[in-house]
Design a protein around this ligand. Sequence first.
Ligand SMILES: Cc1cc2nc3c(=O)[nH]c(=O)nc-3n(C[C@H](O)[C@H](O)[C@H](O)COP(=O)(O)OP(=O)(O)OC[C@H]3O[C@@H](n4cnc5c(N)ncnc54)[C@H](O)[C@@H]3O)c2cc1C
Length: 454
Amino acid sequence: MTDPIKDHITSRSEQVPVVSDTDVVVIGAGPAGLSAAVSAARNGARVTLVERYHHLGGMASGGMVLVLDDMVNEGNEVVTTGIVSEFVERMERQDGAVYPPSADCLTNWEMWRKWSRWGCIDFHKQGMPQPIIHAVAFDPDVWKRVSLDLVREAGVELRTHSWFSEALMDDGRITGVIVQTKLGRQAIRAKMVVDASGDLDVASSAGASFITGQFIVTTVFRLMDVDTARAEAFEYENPEEYKKLDREARRVIGGAWGMWWLKTPLPGVVWCNCPHMPGYDGLSPEHMVEAEYEGRRRMMALLDFARKNLPGFENARMLGAAEQMGIRQTRLLQGEYVVTRDDVRKRRHFADSVCRGRDYYTPYRALLPKGIDNLIVAGRHYSVESEAQKQSREIPPCMAQGEAAGVAVTQALNAGCALRDVDVTAIQKQMRAQGADPGDLPSANALVADAVDA
Ligand SMILES: Cc1cc2nc3c(=O)[nH]c(=O)nc-3n(C[C@H](O)[C@H](O)[C@H](O)COP(=O)(O)OP(=O)(O)OC[C@H]3O[C@@H](n4cnc5c(N)ncnc54)[C@H](O)[C@@H]3O)c2cc1C
């Protein structure tokens, strides 16, 4: 793609109205930011939550990523609890969450047939059938409603339609942020800042070190009027014919994970976590335009193929693509500690672990940029190598990071200290008090021997 920059101009300085003066400002109301804001507010801080869109949820709602993964370790213990569990319970009460009871979390064909099309499988395991595990299929609109309820109940000041544009710096501290709105630029003053933008917008603006990674992007979509029972029956009764058709479907869409369609809590509605589109930069408007054209072309081609060839899909219609492009990786913080691929794969335990996902542990230092006292990050842009992020960026662990960040900022406020000087054992203790698992106690399979301690 050609470089779109033609020239540079100097922008004028201006008087910017201050619309909020708060203890903590959280940028981004995706899974990580929402959890950070609620956690900080419940711990007594005045919190302002800033979101560029009208809806809350980030990739989980606007991106239509509809299965919560990485919630259990190899021993099938649920390791992302706290706000994650609260979310699941609230969504379930609104008929917006489906997951297997623990008695169904087995490795056999009967359970495979019952649960695999809900996405509740351990896709890290080779061989068939893969184990059925605790993972949660959910509805994106219910996610938005639950998010709003949690924010309102916690007393968080919510500012949507506000696009973060600039960090205000003074002597190594962030004093606030500037957001762009329809009314022009607005300022928010804050003592502590949480960057949960997913793309490291705040930390990069504040001068923190980062790398720019990349992964496939996806225009996720949903189909309606699918006879899922018929589709599943065909798959199990005609495995060879099904395999052939499925291979062809993948060729048409141009890349998908093991199962390109999964059931959702809405009968007859399936979500399609595809196509896989490599080579796009999630920060570049030009790249995103191209990805939008290409993704929509491919999804309509798949619909056409499915209607003509796949039993159960004869009457399928396009319910719609996600409001947000599915961006998995852009900027990644290079902070006080950078989590490596080895750390994730070998299940390395850290003494300063404050949250976890599946069998990996997140040290507190991986949320902290170097050289900025009052900024913390949470979510998919945390301090991690690109390859390691691909295996440690699912929604529940991002929420757990947010919950820990919310605890950390309130403890820094109470102690009047820099974030890096917060007593990590106090964060771990508070996470446990909130029902979350900080990962302070390694599971039996963790690598503790050569732990990289704080
Ligand atoms: C296609 C795809 C499929 C995936 N599949 C799964 C899966 O099956 N299961 C799973 O658990 N995870 C999955 N993931 C990963 C998961 O969705 C993300 O890693 C997770 O949502 C990250 O959460 P986050 O809060 O860090 O970031 P995001 O979800 O990206 O949220 C960031 C929030 O910040 C807001 N924001 C960004 N910039 C600004 C700004 N400048 N000003 C104001 N607001 C801003 C955004 O609008 C958004 O609300 C998938 C991801 C993708 C893209």
